[in-house]
Design a protein around this ligand. Structure first.
Ligand SMILES: NC(=O)c1ccc[n+]([C@@H]2O[C@H](COP(=O)([O-])OP(=O)(O)OC[C@H]3O[C@@H](n4cnc5c(N)ncnc54)[C@H](O)[C@@H]3O)[C@@H](O)[C@H]2O)c1
Length: 380
């Protein structure tokens, strides 16, 4: 039986994204589902109510109207405690939950017997590529990071030959060549910069070179489990910092994206390295939220040290909300295709590898081991 699918307006400050877009609503409605959208949910991402109603959604103005009878709730971020209290037992919530940072909400959803799928837990396997929201949003973040770097730089990025003289291209360095880093490289190349990049995973070298950038190599290969990086040893960290600091010192813009799942971000740019940079240089630290790759980064702030501008942006995807929402909506649509069978029923069990891995809370239990450990650590 088709379901009622509800999409609330995100409550988090500066969250301009929405979890679905009219194009996806149209498909869900065509499959027989009732789609309810909270008034103004898409305004911040430039999808006004009238586009949603034209696509067949019902626009509602109160949380009670939105959630009453809803089987599935699609979110960008974690629901608020007030919203959770209005959800009926067994409601399915899908979104970025970031459990470690939102333990109170996870606990409340557990106690209210909500079923929660966390997008950040979707495994990075080929079959799950269409629902890989971490990748879609990292793509947006990487693009925007290069643009921010360009806007804060006092220099042109491309080489120019003009009557007023020849301008040398800017040098852009990308530290961490995962999904965001590769997009940052591609964007900097399109703007005409000379680009260098570094990653502890040697496998990233080929992708970096294929984008027309130079790959900086160390003798280290720190490819860990599941294609992610492992933490470096003390000696390896020293080698890395030496190489990184000379590359940083010759760059006009440095974009850092290095992270290790579940750990504090690795420190790649020390205070001393910042002092070696040219005045006017810019650092955009995409790891600001998880501790920063630069020692001077302050999350959510832009500051100047030794004439170097250091940006620690939070939630960059929300700064490009139209396409970030569109991509996220497509990821959620692909996830729903796995969760709902051809008759419109929610599947009976969640044994599929993707559903099982992303199931955070179900039937009054936290199913994700690390989150359960965190809650038990706090005796919750
Ligand atoms: N479906 C798929 O097959 C799929 C989808 C997306 C990503 N992936 C892979 O998953 C991996 C992680 O991607 P991500 O963007 O989510 O990564 P991430 O956000 O966890 O980390 C960003 C990058 O930082 C690098 N890094 C970590 N420590 C570093 C250090 N000390 N110095 C320099 N770089 C450091 C990592 O190697 C990674 O490339 C990549 O191999 C990517 O290709 C696979």
């Amino acid at each position: 039986m088709p379901s009622v699918i509800a999409i609330p307006k995100e409550a988090a400050l500066e969250e301009s994204r929405v979890a679905t877009v009219p194009e996806v609503v149209q498909k869900l409605v065509k499959s027989g589902h009732e789609v309810r959208i909270e008034h103004d949910a898409g305004t911040g991402s430039y999808f006004p109510d009238n586009l949603f109603s034209a696509a067949g959604a019902k626009i509602v103005s109160t949380p009670a109207e939105l959630l009453n009878g809803a089987r599935i709730v699609l979110h960008v971020q974690t629901p608020t405690l007030a919203e959770i209290d209005q959800l009926a037992e067994g409601t399915i919530v899908i979104g970025f939950i970031n459990a470690a940072r939102n333990l109170a909400a996870v606990q409340r959803m557990r106690d209210r017997k909500i079923t929660v799928f966390a997008l950040e837990l979707v495994p990075r396997i080929t079959r799950a590529q269409g629902m890989d929201a971490l990748s879609s949003q990292a793509t947006v973040g990487g693009y925007k990071a290069t643009l921010l770097g360009a806007v804060h730089s006092p220099k042109f990025l491309p080489m120019l030959t003009t009557a007023a003289g020849t301008i040398r291209p800017a040098t852009v360095l990308i530290l961490g060549a995962g999904v965001a880093g590769l997009m940052a490289i591609a964007t900097a190349r399109r703007l005409g910069a000379v680009v260098e990049a570094y990653d502890v995973r040697r496998a990233a070298g080929e992708q970096v070179r294929s984008l027309g950038a130079k790959f900086l190599e160390l003798e280290i290969n720190a490819e860990g489990q599941g294609g992610y990086a492992r933490e470096l040893t003390r000696e390896e960290k020293l080698q890395e910092q030496q190489m990184v600091s000379s590359a940083v010192a010759r760059s006009d813009i440095v974009i850092t994206t290095a992270s290790i799942p579940g750990r504090k971000a690795p420190l790649l740019i020390t205070r001393e390295t910042v002092a070696l940079m040219r005045p006017g240089a810019v650092i955009v630290d995409l790891a600001a939220e998880s501790g920063g790759n630069c020692a001077l980064t302050q999350p959510g702030k832009t500051l100047q040290e030794h004439g170097v501008t250091i940006l620690g942006p939070l939630n960059l995807p929300a700064q490009l909300p139209f396409h970030a929402s569109q991509m996220l909506a497509k990821n959620l649509q692909a996830f729903l295709a796995l969760l709902i069978d051809s008759k419109g029923d929610v599947v009976k069990d969640f044994t599929d590898e993707i559903l099982a891995a992303s199931l955070l809370v179900h039937a009054g239990e936290v199913r994700h081991g690390p989150t359960r450990d965190l809650l038990q650590g706090g005796n919750a």
